[in-house]
Design a protein around this ligand. Structure first.
Ligand SMILES: Cc1cc2nc3c(=O)[nH]c(=O)nc-3n(C[C@H](O)[C@H](O)[C@H](O)COP(=O)(O)OP(=O)(O)OC[C@H]3O[C@@H](n4cnc5c(N)ncnc54)[C@H](O)[C@@H]3O)c2cc1C
Length: 509
């Protein structure tokens, strides 16, 4: 059930600025050309990257956006969530200022409304980089309206029929709504669609779901002053991540005051006369009831294909995994490609952008790049952050690849000690008997930055022994990667007698 309009985002200068970029008032859709080389449906990261790549190489391009340019990433995803993560991290650091020898003034308080205003300022600012005017100036025909396929090579938008040589579906995904929990719909709950519209920090919040969204928001809201309870119907948070990484995250959430219920399923919600929500949780045979003021839900995302007319276009789609694509991102209609959340298992902004560009190269310019050949890292922006690239050990084992893992604790890294950010580790998985990096997991305060070095190494086929020769500036947390590489390189050195090392012609002093 949607929340009351009183709790929604107020119209303000930032909102107007955002709209001026993302959907200008009085926008007039262009007159269609006879046939577009590329017709892109969806103006999120995948669609924008694709349209820009195609126009940059001389194609005639149209882009159709139903709502606002920027998609989930700008409006309800990466940008707003990382904005409140930043504020909450700063606030947590300030409360710990004494550890660093700083007398924090008493009575530091987070100003939630001001933090949300900052978030909206950031959205307005970032929206300018792909504004409607910029797209028009670049030569892209921009249409606002809901697109629907009218056949194998045409689309209707706002009454106009557009023909295409190639099309790209980049319509993203929407939050999955939990079903079968009596009382939940009636009680009302937030999703990522509206949680960033809050102007007051909830006093008591239940977060249903312990994936990246649930964990990031639970920690951020807890740090900003809410009493947060998180319920996850699995034995660990971030079920896809390695167990020791998830364990460190649990400990960190607990330290931040988050009340953790793992292996717990929400089975019923009752709303009292005062508006309080009583939530029943079941874990094994135990039933617990908790009382909260608000509920937020982050239980996965499903492809956004409603009303697209995929059948008319001959495009096959699975309700859970999304539009069916081959390794070149081609759908079951050879003229139509898909990119981003609507077809990818890993739903990230950078993956959406990369897939948009790859689809354009394959569709229009005889590219033959396989999606599976790309190296895509990802990160959950909790504190510490949890980043991964390449294979997990379990995946390597499934493929019968023998694995050797090199681990360095952040605790043993000078800069992590200096920064007071010692939690975590760098784990690099190698093909046993070689220095080929198969994958890595980094848990560290800035793991999202650190993982890029390993991503580069994997993408450029640089082995771990070469990373050992790369000089890292001191002191940096990324030195933990160099330390892992050094530890590995040491295992390759054959011990030799001292007299062979100190040959007589060498200077002795
Ligand atoms: C809370 C949250 C936090 C996140 N944090 C991160 C993060 O830190 N890092 C990260 O990499 N990723 C993050 N993500 C994921 C990231 O936002 C998405 O992976 C990314 O936005 C996907 O881009 P996309 O272009 O595939 O789809 P979208 O961004 O969903 O864009 C699709 C666009 O298509 C439009 N559309 C849909 N149907 C039609 C139609 N019929 N006609 C015309 N237009 C249509 C929509 O209006 C929308 O603008 C987060 C997501 C959430 C929800």
């Amino acid at each position: 059930m949607p929340l009351s309009s009183g709790e929604r985002r107020p119209a303000n200068a930032e909102r107007r600025e955002l709209m001026a970029s993302a959907r200008p008032n009085g926008w007039r859709n262009p007159d269609p050309v006879e046939t577009y080389d590329l017709l892109v449906v969806g103006g999120g990261p995948a669609g924008l990257a694709a349209a820009k790549a195609a126009i940059g190489r001389g194609a005639k391009v149209a882009l159709i956006e139903r709502r606002l340019l920027g998609g989930v990433s700008l409006l309800t995803g990466s940008v707003p969530s990382k904005s409140i993560v930043r504020t909450s991290r700063l606030y947590a650091d300030m409360r710990n200022a004494e550890r660093f020898g700083v007398e924090a003034p008493s009575g530091i308080e987070a100003n939630f409304a001001a933090a949300m205003e900052r978030l909206r300022r950031l959205q307005a600012r970032i929206s300018k980089y792909h504004s409607a005017d910029r797209l028009r100036l670049a030569g892209i025909d921009l249409y606002f309206g809901a697109a629907r396929f009218a056949g194998l090579d045409s689309i209707v938008v706002e009454g106009a029929t557009l023909s295409f040589r190639k099309a790209l579906i980049a319509t993203g995904a929407v939050g999955r709504r939990p079903v079968g929990i009596p009382g939940l719909e009636l009680s009302g709950y937030y999703t990522s669609e509206d949680v960033f519209d809050l102007t007051e920090c909830p006093r008591r919040l239940l977060m249903i779901g312990g994936g990246p969204l649930g964990c990031e928001l639970a920690q951020a809201f807890s740090r900003l002053g809410a009493h947060v309870v998180i319920a996850q119907n699995d034995a660990q948070f971030l079920p896809e991540e390695e167990r020791d990484a998830a364990q460190l995250l649990s400990e960190s959430l607990a330290r931040d005051g988050v009340e953790i219920h793992l292996n717990s399923t929400v089975v019923a919600v009752r709303t009292t006369m005062t508006g309080e929500k009583l939530v029943d949780l079941v874990s094994d045979d135990n039933r617990t009831t908790i009382a909260v003021d608000h509920i937020a839900v982050g239980v996965g995302r499903i492809p956004n294909v409603e009303g697209l007319g995929l059948e008319e276009a001959g495009v096959a789609c699975d309700p859970t995994s999304g539009i069916r694509v081959d390794d070149f991102l081609r759908t079951t209609n050879r003229k139509i490609y898909a990119a981003g959340d609507v077809c990818l298992a890993r739903k990230f902004t950078h993956a959406a952008e990369a897939s948009g560009r790859l689809a354009v190269a394959n569709a229009l310019f005889d590219g033959k790049t396989r999606w599976s050949s790309l190296t895509i890292p990802w990160c959950t922006y909790t504190d510490p952050e949890i980043a991964h690239v390449g294979l997990y050990v379990s995946e390597a084992r499934e493929r019968s690849i023998p694995v050797k893992t090199v681990t360095v604790l952040m605790h043993d890294t000078d800069r992590a000690m200096i920064d007071g950010e010692e939690e975590g580790f760098v784990k690099i998985h190698l093909r046993e008997g070689t220095d080929e990096i198969l994958g890595a997991t980094i848990v560290a305060s800035h793991a999202g930055e650190m993982i890029n070095e390993i991503t580069l190494a994997i993408a450029a086929r640089i082995g771990l022994s070469t990373l050992a020769t790369v000089i890292h500036s001191y002191p940096t947390q990324a030195s933990a990667i160099k330390a892992a590489a050094d530890a590995f390189a040491k295992t390759l050195v054959e011990p030799s007698p001292v007299r062979d090392i100190c040959r007589p012609e060498w200077p002795t002093d």
